[in-house]
Every structure is written in C-alpha cells, then in structure tokens.
Design a protein around this ligand. Structure first.
Ligand code: ASP
Length: 330
C-alpha cells in the first residue's frame, strides 16, 4: 500500500523568492505556496500519496507561540485521525529546531513527523529545498522511521529533534547534532538509520499535548545570555515584567556570575523556576557549584537554551516543578 504523507507548509527560505537567482540573501521568505514547492519535486508523488496544506507563510524568525501551538494542534489532529502514515513540515531554518523540539515533546504516536527547510531560496541556483523535500518525504514514508519521534532532515542527513541545532549562519550543511551526531542519512534515495533516535517525549504526551494545544499562548519564559560582569539587573527586569520561568544561558557548564546568581536564587525563592543552560554549543550542562543546587537551579543536560525554554514553558502550563524537570532531564 502506498503511504499517505501529509505536508504542512509554514513558509521560510525553502519557500523564499529572490529577484536574482544568484542571490542567497535579501529574498522574501515564505513567498511561495505549497503547490509551487511541490511542483519543483514531482518525484514525491511517485513515492507516496501526497496531500498538503499551507498553515503559515512566514519567516520563521517571526513565529509566535500561538503559531507554534497551532502547528502542534494540527499535527496532533493528524496523528489521531488515522488518515496519515507520515507528516512532513516545511519550515524556516531559524526556529526549525524549536518547532521540532516542541513537537517531539508532545509526540505520542509511532508515526514519523519530519521537518525540513532550506538555506537557499527556491529561486536560487542550486536551491537545496527540492531535494530536502524529497528526502523528507522518503524518510516520512520509511518503515524504519517509525517510532523515532520527530526528525529533522536536511542536506541528506537525519537528526533527532532533541539534539539538532543550526550551527552555521549561512552554510547549507548547517544542521548538525554536536552531541551524538546525525542518526541517519538519505543516500541516493535510500533511507538509512545508523543510530537510535534520542526521543524526548513528555510523560503522558497525549494528554499534555491536548492541554498545551488548547492554550492561546505560552508563559513568558525569557532566556538571559551570560557574559562577564553580568550584574543580574536583567533578572530583576524580567521578574518585574512577569517572567514565569527563566533560562540562564551560562558559560561553559552553565556557570553564572555571582551577582546574577544571587538574583536568580531570589527568583527561585519567589517560585520562578530557573534552568541553567549554556552558550557553548556542545557538551552537557550538569551539576556544578554546590550553591546552584542549594538555590534549586535545574541543569539543562543536553538541551540548548532555546529548547530548555520550550520545556520550561510546557512544565509551567502543566504545573510541573523542579523535581519533575530534574527527573525528565536526567
Ligand atoms: N529567516 C528564514 C526563516 O527562518 C531562514 C531560513 O528559512 O533559512 O524563515
């Protein structure tokens, strides 16, 4: 039986249009609709029964929590419908890893969800989008991709949502998983997995996804970027502005300058959970100073600050606290 693959188009460079085919910047992201995108890769229809819809046509740097939740709600609906064997999402690369991670947190089925994008606009010479779409459909239709959560497929490689990050501001091979590497590849059309997936589904993801996708927005959880001489005034500022959680992107193993640490400890005392993550792109954030433990900070493990933020937002919505988060991140 031919697999039924549903494509959700969100915009991004993969749907970008520039006046000049030599241009890879200065284009309009999200300018092309799903039909135009698919017209560039007629081969997808040989691989599977393809349906699709345009959910958004945005530059993904502008994605709002409401749009992320709308995407998650549509994915949930499709997974529950019994009408699809795989889902492909075309998305801008700037926040691709965030949407992928949010969807992975909420994933509850063995049906593959594959996110792809492109670094060159659709109108560029050597545009990378069409092959990325073809590979994403191949992966979404592959039996081997079942039970591997949400996957990110670009540039012939397959990554787990938890570990993948946009490493380069400009290179086509930008998506990499610095902790652990890619989990597979698409070689000349052949889908091959050589590592197990790093699944990061929340416990009870089916009911959590129902709860989260019924929200109109997510709690205000800012990320503060650590640097020398941080005196903690931004911690005070975000508290005054109603932060319900804080992610501190510390240095190295989530190190926090003393004055900022004092303010963050006061935030925890006031019931605002704090995750320590890192500005370093690889390595785990684990226990460090004893004072961090005493203050009740949560180490982000393998999560970069942007993914830790989404996890904390989900935890706040679900009324989960420090102990639950520590358990989940262990
Ligand atoms: N700014 C674009 C976006 O995220 C970049 C891209 O898609 O590569 O939508």
């Amino acid at each position: 039986m031919r697999k039924r693959i549903h494509i959700l188009a969100m915009g991004g460079t993969i749907a970008g249009s520039a006046g000049d085919s030599a241009a890879t910047t200065g284009y309009q992201a999200g300018a092309m609709g799903i039909e135009e995108l698919l017209a560039a890769v007629p081969q997808v229809r040989e691989l599977a029964e393809i349906t699709g819809e345009q959910l958004a046509a945005i530059d993904s740097k502008d994605i709002t929590a409401a749009q992320q939740l709308q995407l998650a709600a549509r994915v949930r609906e499709l997974l529950l419908s019994g009408e699809v064997d795989g889902i492909v999402i075309t998305h801008g690369t700037d926040t691709l890893e965030e949407s992928a991670y949010l969807l992975d947190l909420l994933h509850f089925a063995d049906i593959p969800v594959v996110i792809t994008g492109a670094m060159r606009p659709a109108t560029a010479l050597s545009a990378d989008g069409p092959l990325n779409i073809l590979d994403a459909v191949r992966v979404a239709a592959a039996d081997e991709a079942r039970d591997r959560g949400v996957l990110v497929v670009l540039n012939n490689t397959i990554h787990s949502a938890q570990l993948v990050t946009k490493m380069s501001a400009t290179a086509v091979e930008t998506f990499q998983s610095p902790n652990g590497g890619a989990i597979g590849a698409v070689n000349d059309g052949e889908v091959c997995f050589y590592q197990s997936a790093q699944l990061h589904h929340l416990p009870n993801a089916l009911s959590v996804s129902e709860k989260l996708t019924s929200q109109k927005e997510l709690p205000y959880v800012p990320i503060l970027y650590g640097h020398s001489d941080d005196d903690g005034r931004l911690v005070k500022l975000v508290r005054e502005n109603g932060a319900q959680g804080i992610v501190y992107a510390g240095m190295g193993n989530g190190s926090i300058p003393e004055r900022a640490e004092k303010e963050l400890a006061a935030a925890v005392q006031a019931g605002i959970p704090v995750i320590r993550s890192s500005t370093s792109v690889s390595g785990m954030v684990v226990k460090a100073e004893e004072s961090y433990e005493q203050a009740g900070f949560i180490a982000s493990g393998l999560l970069n600050p942007r993914k830790a933020r989404l996890l904390l937002q989900a935890a706040v919505v679900c009324g989960k606290g420090t102990a639950d988060l520590r358990n989940f991140l262990r």
